[in-house]
Design a protein around this ligand. Sequence first.
Ligand code: FAD
Length: 338
Amino acid sequence: MLRLPRFQLHTPATVRDAALLLQEHRAAEQDAAKTGTPGITVMLVAGGTDLFPNMKRRQFTPTTLIALGTALPRNITFGTAVTIGAGATLTLVANDPRIAEGYRALAEAAVSISTPQLRNMGTIGGNLCLDTRCNWYDQSLFWRLAEGMCMKTDPSVVCRVAPSSPRCLAVASADTVPALLALGASVRIVNADGERVVALADLYREDGISPMVMGRDDIVTEILLPRADGWRSTYLKLRDRGSFDFPIVGLAAAVRLEGGIVRDARVAMTAVGSRPMLVGAAATALVGSKLEDDAIAAAADAAHKIARPMDNTSGTIAQRKKTVPVFATRALQSLRVN
Ligand SMILES: Cc1cc2nc3c(=O)[nH]c(=O)nc-3n(C[C@H](O)[C@H](O)[C@H](O)COP(=O)(O)OP(=O)(O)OC[C@H]3O[C@@H](n4cnc5c(N)ncnc54)[C@H](O)[C@@H]3O)c2cc1C
């Protein structure tokens, strides 16, 4: 049995308290790094459905955890825009009929995540901040030590997926992210110095070790969605087991139609690179069309061109690459108004 390492738990009552605690512990972490003992010693935990398994496998061994369960907003509110508290569970997001109606891709993505028990605990904020995954990384410490580790745990070791790669190729795997990208989401981020709103598309980078642009003293507190007027969206997911599994391809498509003409479009993918990606050229191909076959084919081709699956998760590279245009085609065809 894999056991959790020992850690100290803080349960701040407010986001402000959590941000101050995080700042205090991060400062201690930085002081320790200066004296030659670098390493992550403080982390945030929301539902714990990803972090605790990772800690059991010693991928992270923080000595301090700051639990966000009480501090974070957990409601979904509908006004001129939609605000989803980062502490909202995946079950709440998946089951909200207003999300299912106006933001279908998000409901479909949320309900596809892990299992009912994990969706009852797992939060949407935790999903946005999900660590990248890899066959060489998501293993027990015993397994990884026997193999000699990999770049994600020890930067002095080569990337086991592509030994000549200058960077870690671990794969982005969070299901709600492409859905939220396709829906034009942004996030509110709070730290001890204040708060800011960042477009979700600007939150990620192509780096398996450090996949988020966010600072380590930042807390995601809310997800903001624009009005759904005229938008239709959907999410498709390829995974090994239909019952529960991480995506090995995830693709979301959203279009805004006026009189049957596409006025706006977004196609976004995950699990085909270290960052979730928006397919800019797909939007160009679709805007002005009536979702005719040739426009959809051009969008699917654009998605296919930029998908870069590696041999780091289930399925084969060829299977995952070929799935991308098939999913793009199916998703966009399903958004036609008959
Ligand atoms: C068996 C199994 C199957 C799974 N299947 C899927 C799947 O199919 N698809 C999928 O997307 N995920 C899957 N997951 C992963 C996980 O359950 C979800 O991603 C979940 O949404 C994580 O949310 P959480 O609140 O539990 O995050 P936690 O585990 O608490 O945290 C995850 C990470 O996010 C950080 N974090 C959490 N909240 C915040 C915040 N508000 N601000 C800043 N940082 C924060 C934490 O520090 C940590 O690094 C699976 C997990 C398991 C164990």
